[in-house]
Design a protein around this ligand. Structure first.
Ligand code: ADP
Ligand code: MG
Length: 254
């Protein structure tokens, strides 16, 4: 038996007044994969994610999450997904432990704050206030909070935007670890290097339409098969490799 996809989207349309932000897209996300939604600013990535997360109304089309229809099973879907809040969603004066306890209460679940913080390398910050964290630490904390209800699926909307190379690579490891522990991850990014190393499959979305969907490797092979060649000879390393090699992989005050 072929396992049913964890997300199934059919002919999804979202209009904001006269403007069509999502123009009839269809795709599936498989269980256990890191699925990337790639596209320039304004392509419709966040709109699509928020509709699947049941946080935004669609105009038309159908969406199923774990076999549940989003029109009928909003509450059941909310229980099995983890959504990364915009950082403004956290009370600035509570400590990380207090914030986790707050979420644990909301979800009526059991999670040890210290072990959760350890997963995102913030165990030393358990008693720090949220407002005292750096940008990268806030990102990591918000990813940790998506895991509190032990979701089968997490949504990360541009989790690495604005981070330095060390923090970005360490976040990739964290996201792979989440996948390897059995949680499906759907992520948006406009960093193609990131999508190439992190995503099992990607969909490229532009002006509200999916223009390509496949594994990164297959998409590259398709392009090469058309006769495409890079003008510049590809070296075995790039400037980012130099940067990481020279400055190390350790977490910084990001
Ligand atoms: P992305 O996340 O890919 O950058 P969005 O889904 O945020 O794109 O937005 C897609 C398009 O819809 C953009 O042109 C954006 O300006 C527009 N849009 C998003 N939210 C609203 C809204 N609440 N009202 C009107 N237009 C919106
Ligand atoms: Mg967006």
């Amino acid at each position: 038996m072929i396992p049913a996809p964890i997300i199934s989207v059919k002919n999804l349309v979202k209009k904001y007044g006269e403007f069509t932000a999502v123009n009839g897209i269809s795709f599936e996300v498989n269980r256990g994969e890191i699925f990337g939604l790639l596209g320039p600013n304004g392509a419709g990535k966040s709109t699509t994610l928020e509709i699947i997360e049941t946080l935004r109304e669609k105009t038309s089309g159908e969406v199923w999450v774990n076999g549940l229809n989003i029109d009928e099973s909003t509450e059941a879907i909310k229980k099995i997904i983890g959504v990364q809040l915009q950082t403004a969603g956290f009370y600035p004066n509570l400590t990380l432990t207090e914030l986790i306890q707050l979420f644990v209460g909301l979800y009526q679940t059991q999670v040890d704050p210290q072990s959760l913080l350890k997963k995102v390398n913030l165990e030393d910050k358990a008693n720090a206030k949220y407002k005292q964290l750096s940008g990268g630490q806030k990102q990591r904390f918000s990813i940790a909070t998506t895991l509190i209800n032990q979701p089968i699926l997490v949504f990360l909307d541009e989790p690495t935007t604005g981070l330095d190379p060390q923090a970005r690579r360490n976040l990739w490891d964290l996201i792979k670890e989440i996948r390897d522990n059995g949680t499906t991850v759907i992520i948006t990014t406009h960093y193609m290097d990131e999508a190439e190393v992190l995503c099992d499959r990607v969909a490229i979305i532009d002006s509200g339409e999916i223009i390509a969907i496949n594994t990164p490797n297959a998409l590259i092979d398709e392009l090469v098969a058309t006769g495409f060649e890079k003008v510049k000879e590809v070296k075995k390393a790039n400037l980012e490799d130099v940067f990481i090699h020279r400055t190390g992989k350790a977490w910084r005050e990001d």
